[in-house]
Design a protein around this ligand. Structure first.
Ligand code: OGA
Ligand code: NI
Length: 362
C-alpha cells in the first residue's frame, strides 16, 4: 500500500488545459531535451514489416497442424523478441469493443464536476486521475485516466466506476469478462510455449481466487506542443500481461526496439498484447517486458484501454524452476506484486529500472 494519502500538488486535468485553448503547455509538462519524442530522430515511422507482429488467433483452431504450430511459433518469437504483438480474431465481440470505447468517450466528455466525483488518490489509484507517481515537482505526462479493478472479486467495487453514461457499468463489466477470457487463453499459450504445464502461469498468478485484473483507460487530449512532451513516459508494465485496445484512427503507442521507437500501426478490431515485468520474472528472462511510451499530437485526441492481467498481490513471484538451469541461473529475486507495484505508484513511469533492480547478485 502506498503511504501517500494525497497528491503532492493540486491536480489539473489535462483535458481542461487542452480545451482552454492555451498555445504553450505549462512547464511541468515540458520534458528534458533527451526525453522528448523527437530527440535525435530515434522515432521511426517504419514500414509494415518492421512493426510488431500481427497474429490471427483463429489459426490456433485450424485443422491443419502445421498452421497451428506456425502460429504458436509466431507468438513465441513475438514474446521473446518484441515483447509485443497484435491479435485479431481473438474472440472478443467487435460490437462490445466499440461500445466500451463509446462509453468511455462519453464519460470523458461529461462536465468536469461529474468526473470529479470519481477523483482518485494515491492510496489506491482507483478512479479519475491525472498523474502517476507522487514526487513533488515531477514532470507530468499529457494524459488523464480512469483506473478500476475487476479481479480479485474482493477488490471489485463498481460504486467506484463511472455512473454515467447510464450503460457504463454494465458495458465495462461485460468488456472485462470478455477480455479476461482472452487473457486466460493467452496465458495458456505462453505457458505451453515456455515448455511448462498449460496452467502454470495461471497457477503462479494465484489461480482463480487471487488473479488480478484492472483497467486503465487513458485519454490523451490534443496538445499544442506535442514535440515537447509525452502522453505516457517510457515504462514497462509492472504486471503480468496487458491487453490494449486503442483508437484505430490515430496512432500514439511507441515500442522500444534497440535505439528506436516504433510507432504501432493500429489495426481495426485488434488488441495489442504485451508482456509485463512479472512474466519476464516468471520466465526467467526468456520473455521480455519491453519499454513503451505514448506520444501525443495537436490534431486528434486519443483514447486507449489497457487491461492488466496480474498475479495476486501477495503471491511470491519467482522464475519457474523448470527455466532455471546451469546455463541460465535464476536471474531475479522473488517478490510480491504488491511490493513491486508500490514503486511505479511512488516514482511514476521510469523505464525498465525496476525489473533490473530485481536482478540477483551473482
Ligand atoms: C499503459 C500504456 C499505452 C497507450 O496504459 O500502460 O502503456 O497507448 N498505454 O495508451
Ligand atoms: Ni504500459
Amino acid at each position: 500500500m502506498s503511504r501517500f494519502e494525497s497528491w503532492p500538488e493540486p491536480i489539473i486535468r489535462v483535458q481542461e488545459l487542452s480545451e482552454s485553448g492555451i498555445k504553450e503547455i505549462p512547464k511541468h509538462f515540458v520534458k528534458l531535451l533527451a526525453d522528448r519524442p523527437c530527440f535525435k530522430e530515434t522515432t521511426s515511422h517504419v514500414k509494415e514489416e518492421n512493426n510488431i507482429p500481427l497474429i490471427d488467433l483463429e489459426n490456433l483452431n485450424s485443422t491443419d497442424e502445421s498452421i497451428r504450430h506456425e502460429t504458436m511459433e509466431l507468438i513465441s518469437t513475438a514474446c521473446r523478441d518484441w515483447g509485443f504483438f497484435q491479435v485479431v480474431n481473438h474472440g472478443v465481440s467487435h460490437e462490445l469493443m466499440a461500445n466500451a470505447r463509446g462509453v468511455w468517450r462519453e464519460f470523458f466528455q461529461l462536465p468536469l464536476e461529474e468526473k470529479q466525483k470519481f477523483a482518485n488518490s494515491p492510496v489506491t489509484y482507483e478512479g479519475y486521475g491525472s498523474r502517476l507517481g507522487v514526487e513533488k515537482g515531477a514532470k507530468l505526462d499529457w494524459c488523464d485516466y480512469f483506473f478500476l479493478h475487476y479481479l480479485p472479486e474482493g477488490l471489485k467495487d463498481d460504486d467506484k466506476w463511472p455512473s454515467l453514461p447510464i450503460s457504463c457499468r454494465q458495458t465495462i463489466a461485460e468488456y472485462g469478462q470478455e477480455v479476461v477470457k482472452l487473457c486466460e487463453k493467452l496465458l495458456k499459450i505462453l505457458s505451453i510455449n515456455l515448455g511448462l504445464n498449460e496452467d502454470y502461469l495461471h497457477q503462479s498468478y494465484g489461480g482463480d481466487r487471487e488473479i488480478g485484473a484492472c483497467l486503465r483507460v487513458n485519454i490523451y487530449p490534443k496538445c499544442p506542443q506535442p514535440d515537447l512532451t509525452l502522453g505516457l513516459s517510457p515504462h514497462s508494465d509492472p504486471g503480468g500481461l496487458t491487453v490494449l485496445l486503442s483508437d484505430t484512427n490515430v496512432a500514439g503507442l511507441q515500442v522500444r526496439r534497440g535505439d528506436n521507437w516504433i510507432t504501432v500501426k493500429p489495426v481495426p478490431n485488434a488488441f495489442v498484447v504485451n508482456i509485463g515485468d512479472q512474466i519476464q520474472v516468471l520466465s526467467n528472462g526468456m520473455y521480455k517486458s519491453v519499454e513503451h511510451r505514448a506520444i501525443v499530437n495537436s490534431v486528434k485526441e486519443r483514447v486507449s484501454m489497457a487491461l492488466f492481467y496480474n498475479p495476486g498481490g501477495d503471491i511470491l513471484i519467482k522464475p519457474a524452476d523448470e527455466l532455471v538451469t546451469e546455463d541460465q541461473p535464476e536471474i531475479y529475486s522473488p517478490t510480491t506484486f504488491n511490493k513491486y507495484r508500490a514503486f511505479i505508484r511512488t516514482r511514476g513511469p521510469y523505464g525498465k529500472s525496476q525489473v533490473e533492480s530485481l536482478k540477483s547478485p551473482r
